[in-house]
Ligand binder design. Structure first.
Ligand code: HXC
Length: 510
């Protein structure tokens, strides 16, 4: 009996060594942790339960039958993060370059199926040379099975991808279909075709980092949601993110104990808006002052900075925040900011996370580039996302809410539940100057008259009260009481149900 038990321990020890000490050393030399070290850091200590440790590939091509390492290049299983169940896979670059074989893919599929059945998030740590070249179409089939599961699980359980090494070719499409992608600076990259192919086909010369590194994907392409300095930091941030999310669409987001008075008054907010309407101010200050303990988890911080998206808690409950940022491009809507916010709104709606929208928007960004690149369709995404969202929606207009952008930003007309405005709000078709130049075109050569018209327009429209008279704004509130009003609004909406008519699915403009 002792020998039998010992054999199990021996086999486990072999599996845990992955591709052997030399390859583990090579992994460390690149500043990367091994697959198992990453799992240990991500999960609560001692909570990891592994599946399929002894799975080995079945390929007999190219002499592969001689090398059949345990685990087949991916560590899979489940564990807990701050006590809550998650399923995960972590590709092991030290074993056949973490390449995806038929059996490697089956292991991933197994934990994805279990995650959906049990209602828990899936976290995928990617570090792989892609399709196992020796396996040909069996490997591609394996990817296909994973892709289908990403799609089936979308909106059912949160899916998070952490890119911690190569992720190239069609392999990128699994992370691309998950809810959040985190990358590590200088040691991870994602591209459909690598620098060599790019050079051959388009004659462009770029490094892997320039083409698909963490900075590129968080700043330029918006493929990734955040970039971190190293594996340890990235995994710690995944833990923080999981704390904000519900385990599945069958559950409400977790409610944390809170020690911050929901009725907290913030006098400094009464002077947040500058006297000059064209002066910017930092919308993040308002977010931090509304949030419990000033804790804000920003998503896509480096992309489309004219729009802020992320999670806070109010009375311990997760709230998704979407806010115009007057510090960048005056907080206007454009293609990038609309896409960014639309995806975030849809994520929150799938997972029953209430939405807080903070509005200071002068309209859509004008320009040939915007029109040629389809601002109509991209702006419509955000409009559509807000209109279809049935979660509790609370909106606070702090200053400008002009034109189409007023309607888009979670207005009453898109079934906003509580639409508040600060007394500094200006809710109008456009700014006074632009408006008078159009409606008083006859006086265009008379600056004095134009100024008088502009003043008249401002007096009549540059306030929240016209909208309040019509009930489009439910209440004009004091800036200092915003946290209290917002907290009470969300508290009153906890039982909200807003069913939509039956449909197979909608047809959001893509
Ligand atoms: C089998 C692979 C492999 C792969 C790497 N290895 N990629 N084995 N299939 N796809 C093995 C190597 O042979 C090597 O084995 C070990 O992993 C480590 O690889 P190195 O090349 O030594 O590492 P490094 O220098 O860091 O380079 C990493 C790399 C390179 C850039 C990822 O390995 C590479 O270019 N691999 C091929 C990438 C590729 O073309 N994949 C197919 C893409 S198409 P030893 O035994 O020497 O340690 C694709 C389609 C998916 O993925 C489609 C989905 C629908």
């Amino acid at each position: 009996m002792k020998d039998i038990l010992q054999e199990l321990e021996d086999r486990r020890a072999v599996a845990r060594m992955g591709g052997g000490q030399a390859r583990v050393d090579a992994q460390h030399a690149k500043g990367k942790l091994t697959a198992r070290e990453r799992v240990e850091l991500l999960l609560d200590e001692g909570s990891f339960e592994e599946f399929d440790m002894f799975v080995a590939h079945r390929c007999t091509e190219f002499g592969m039958e001689k090398e059949r390492p345990y685990s087949d290049g991916v560590v899979t299983g489940w564990g807990t993060i701050n006590g809550r169940l998650v399923y995960l896979f972590s590709q092991d670059f030290t074993v056949l370059g973490g390449s995806v074989s038929e059996t490697h893919a089956k292991k991933i599929c197994k934990i994805m199926d279990m995650a959906v059945q049990n209602g828990a998030p899936v976290i995928g740590i990617n570090d792989s040379g892609g399709a196992r070249i020796q396996e040909g179409v069996d490997s591609l089939a394996g990817y296909g099975e994973v892709f289908q599961r990403n799609i089936t699980a979308s909106g059912v359980v949160p899916q998070i991808s952490v890119i911690m090494g190569p992720c190239a070719g069609g392999a990128v499409y699994s992370p691309a279909m998950t809810d959040f992608i985190f990358m590590v600076k200088d040691s991870s990259y994602m591209f459909v075709t690598g620098p060599d192919v790019v050079k051959t086909v388009t004659n462009e010369q770029v490094t892997a980092e320039e083409l698909g590194g963490a900075t590129t994907h968080t700043r330029k392409s918006s493929v990734a949601d955040a970039a971190f300095e190293n594996d340890v930091e990235a995994l710690a941030e995944v833990r923080r993110l999981i704390d904000f999310l519900p385990s599945s669409n069958r559950e409400k987001p977790p409610v944390r104990p809170f020690f911050d008075d929901p009725g907290r008054i913030e006098d400094s907010l009464d002077t947040l808006i500058p006297d000059n309407p064209n002066m910017p101010y930092d919308m993040k200050e308002l977010i931090l002052k509304i949030a419990d303990e000033g804790d804000f988890y920003e998503i896509q911080e480096e992309f489309a900075k004219n729009m802020i998206t992320g999670f806070i808690r109010i009375e311990g409950q997760t709230v998704g925040v979407v806010a115009n940022q007057p510090m960048v491009l005056a907080g206007c809507l454009d293609i990038d900011s609309s896409r960014k916010a639309a995806r975030f709104v849809r994520f929150c709606d799938c997972f029953e996370i209430p939405l807080l929208t903070l509005v200071d928007v002068p309209g859509f960004l004008p320009g040939v580039t915007q029109e040629y690149n389809g601002v109509i369709k991209h702006g419509a995404k955000l409009l559509f996302a807000y209109g279809e969202a049935t979660v509790p929606k609370v909106t606070v207009i702090t200053r400008k809410a002009y034109g189409g952008a007023y309607v888009v930003m979670s207005s009453k007309h898109l079934r906003g539940d509580f639409n508040y405005a600060w007394p500094t709000s200006e809710i109008a078709v456009m700014g006074a100057k632009g408006a008078t130049e159009i409606i008083h075109r006859a006086d265009r050569d008379n600056p004095e008259k134009l100024a008088a018209h502009a003043k008249d327009y401002e007096d009549r429209f540059a306030s929240p009260f016209v909208a309040a008279e019509r009930g489009f704004v439910d209440e004009v509130i004091m800036p200092h009481s915003t946290r209290k009003r917002v907290a009470r609004a969300f508290a009153s909406l906890r039982g909200k149900k807003a069913p939509m008519p039956w449909k197979k699915h909608d047809n959001i403009p893509l």
